[in-house]
Design a protein around this ligand. Structure first.
Ligand SMILES: Cc1cc2nc3c(=O)[nH]c(=O)nc-3n(C[C@H](O)[C@H](O)[C@H](O)COP(=O)(O)O)c2cc1C
Length: 212
């Protein structure tokens, strides 16, 4: 039973093209996260937000696009993130980078984990490229990750894992790590200023916030 102390895990579907595979991965991982029990889980599908590739200009009086405001409200409530990414040309999709770049304080001092899927490499290069982004905020990337090589063979025709127990092993490792970081960083965000940040990290429940 979730309480006010239960951290929220945002599971983000990073691909937005029609007929994408990302939602199959999200459905499986969300069920695992719910079984794990440490989090309230919020599944965020970037396809629902139509984020423009053209980012905000320098005039802060111009309101952000409606989709950015809606997504920012949800991101700000999260204590931890799992990014689900395909590999596109050895890296992550532009849709995911656009979503990352529209925000800042929402990522600050949160743990971030990754699930990638692709051909023989399982999308590992996408994960390694994503890892390089998050020190900027700063956010913590987890040591554990999930990489689904030849992903079409990992799930059956109905989108269920072929080897549920086998896939649970990396899922549990990721969720255990996030569950270690999330409450600690939530408390730390509230309790102590972080060196070098000249703005407050967004508190849970706060709406979209832009660094000044
Ligand atoms: C633009 C593009 C580039 C791709 N590049 C790679 C690649 O470098 N390596 C790979 O294993 N698969 C690659 N693929 C295949 C994707 O892994 C596969 O299409 C997957 O379904 C994409 O995820 P999505 O369905 O959620 O969009 C690529 C697919 C697209 C659309």
């Amino acid at each position: 039973m979730p309480t006010a102390e239960t951290p929220t895990l945002a599971v983000i579907i990073g691909s937005i093209r029609p007929d994408r595979f990302g939602p199959t991965v999200a459905t499986w991982f969300t069920a695992e996260a719910q079984k794990h029990g440490a989090f309230e889980v919020d599944v965020i599908d970037l396809a629902d937000y139509k984020l423009p590739v053209e980012l905000a200009g320098n005039d802060y009086s111009v309101p952000p696009p409606e989709g950015v405001v809606r997504l920012g409200t949800r991101l700000a409530k999260a204590d931890a993130y799992t990014l689900i990414t395909p590999v596109y040309n050895r890296s992550y999709p532009a849709s995911l980078k656009t979503a990352i770049d529209w925000f800042y304080t929402e990522w600050v001092l949160r743990p971030v984990s990754f699930i990638s899927y692709g051909g023989v490499t399982g999308g590992l290069t996408a994960v390694e490229h994503l890892r390089g982004i998050f020190p900027e905020f700063p956010a913590i990337t987890t040591k554990s990750f999930i990489s689904l090589a030849n992903f079409e063979k990992v799930f059956d025709y109905d989108g269920r894992p072929v080897d549920t127990a086998g896939l649970r092993v990396p899922a549990t490792a990721v969720l255990d790590e996030l569950a270690w970081w999330a409450p600690m960083l939530r408390q730390a965000r509230k309790a102590r200023p972080y060196p070098g940040l000249d703005f407050e990290p967004s508190a849970n429940g706060e709406t979209h916030a832009v660094p000044t």
